[in-house]
Design a protein around this ligand. Structure first.
Ligand SMILES: *Cc1c(COP(=O)(O)O)cnc(C)c1O
Length: 464
């Protein structure tokens, strides 16, 4: 299995090197040169497998022999054994033919655990083999940082530095990061906002002198192919439970960087009969504007009750555009260069019509989000987190056929976002059992000024 860049000018790499590289050297994103495709008989054969058994079957072709089968199986089993529900990604029914898939039973209560728990272990495996050490540097406004920390806390070959904007993440989110006291975990509270933290990450990748050439700098942001790969699995898992491959299924996905829903698109490309993929956005609705009006235009950022979807552009969207342009890397490089200048993409009408046969979209503002939380609670006594509520609203607004089951991806546990729950007039939920003592655990973090030099100095000193 080879991976190629969406911009056509970076070397093709195998899985191991794609995992370590993150972004391609030409600024593009890596995608498989050719998707593995399962026959109907093969998919039938997957029914009844445990989550990790299924994950092994789906992931194995992507890894393309860079890890021995038995080792890969062990890594995957270890990854999902850490989840707090034996079904790993259980389905809950909301209404006739309407379901949510709960992706919040991992250690940090959001779907990012599915990918980052695996990514941390895969990284450790390859670094051990190479006898190398790596530094992970990331910025977070909440969910990604804690999931990355949990994914790497046991790694002997990785030091992880996660920056968050000081006093600007919720208490639960901060404590999920700062109460991890492993020696290789370093939380930096930056006196600035999320964009400042991101700027420091970007500048550090451009100028790696502070590492003295002794360590590899690794990115764990949502463009890493391994994250998409891990997320493909739960689409198969849900569809198989609902009668696939003999029955098509639709999915609705609360979306920001287009990573989670893109995994659904990949699952379909591998042979899973997915009827519709429904994008839900908050008022940062660049994706909704693309799918409803063929206008992918950058606008200013708004803060919402669903902060994990507060984005201006969707970093994985380029992967879909690549397919829509017949995988022409040169055309993509031009398109993206144009976007850097004008801040807008609209594609050829016939290509846009063709993507619309699979994708649909809806956006929801905060009032609509809160109203959906309330509506679903009144109908079922089930409590949605605000991101999931946006997915449920999109599913209900866009579903083309009542006969096809629709599954909304529940991307976070409602306890992580109590403001939206309180706004819906409901009681904030209790922490799950395994996190009950979160508010009394010891915290560790370092407050630093918003300064590249200060962060580099801290990292250099810590590593020594
Ligand atoms: C990251 C996140 C999303 C958005 O996922 P993308 O892959 O960026 O589309 C949605 N909900 C929650 C809770 C998240 O943490």
């Amino acid at each position: 299995m080879k991976y190629i860049s969406t911009r056509g000018a970076a070397p093709a790499l195998d899985f191991e090197n794609v995992l370590l590289a993150g972004l391609a050297s030409d600024g593009g994103l890596y995608v498989p040169e050719q998707l593995p495709r399962f026959t109907t008989e093969q998919i039938v054969g997957f029914s009844g497998l445990s989550y990790s058994g299924l994950a092994y079957e789906i992931i194995r072709p992507f890894v393309g022999g860079t890890i021995e089968d038995e080792q890969l199986r062990a890594i995957i089993e270890d990854t999902y054994a850490d989840f707090n529900h034996s079904a790993v990604a259980p389905l809950t029914q909301l209404d006739t033919n309407e379901w949510v898939m709960e992706l919040f039973h991992g250690p940090t209560l959001a779907f990012k655990d599915f990918a980052l728990q695996l990514l941390g272990r895969l990284l450790d495996h390859f670094l051990t083999k190479r006898d190398e050490r790596a530094v992970i540097l990331g910025a977070t406004s909440g969910d990604t940082g804690s999931a990355a920390i949990e994914g790497c806390r046991h790694s002997d070959h990785v030091d992880i530095f996660i920056m968050h904007p000081h006093n600007r993440v919720s208490e639960v989110q901060r404590r999920q990061m700062t109460t991890v006291l492993s020696d290789n975990v370093h939380n930096l509270a930056i006196e600035g906002n999320f964009d400042d933290c991101q700027a420091i990450v970007k500048a550090s990748f451009a100028e790696q002198g502070f590492l003295n050439g002794e360590r590899r700098l690794v990115a764990v942001n949502s463009i890493n192919w391994a994250r998409i790969m891990a997320q493909v699995v739960y689409y198969f898992h849900a569809a198989l439970s609902l009668g696939s491959p003999f029955r098509p299924v639709s999915f609705a996905v609360p979306t920001g960087n287009f990573g989670d829903i893109f995994a659904g698109y990949i699952a379909r490309g591998m042979g899973l009969p997915i009827q519709q993929l429904i994008v839900g956005t908050n008022r940062n609705d660049i994706l909704h504007r693309f799918f409803s009006a063929n206008s992918y235009r950058k606008e200013s950022l708004g803060h919402t009750l669903s902060p994990s979807m507060d984005i201006m552009v969707s970093s994985n969207f380029e992967r879909l555009l690549f397919d829509l342009h017949d995988r022409d890397g040169k055309a993509m490089a031009e398109l993206m260069a144009g976007f850097d200048v004008s801040g807008e993409i609209s594609i050829d009408e016939s290509r846009w019509q063709s993507v619309k046969t699979l994708f649909d979209s809806q956006c929801a503002n905060d009032d609509e989000t809160v109203a959906t939380i309330r509506q679903v609670f009144d109908q079922t006594e089930y409590l949605l987190d605000p991101h999931t509520a946006i997915g449920v609203k999109a599913a209900r607004d866009c579903l083309a056929s009542r006969e096809v089951p629709v599954v909304t991806l529940a991307t976070a546990h409602p306890v992580k976002f109590p403001d939206a729950i309180l706004a819906a007039g409901l009681d904030a939920p209790a922490l799950p059992h395994h996190l009950q003592d979160l508010h009394s655990r010891e915290e560790r973090m370092t407050v630093l000024p918003n300064s590249l030099a200060a962060v580099h100095e801290f990292i250099a000193t810590t590593l020594r």
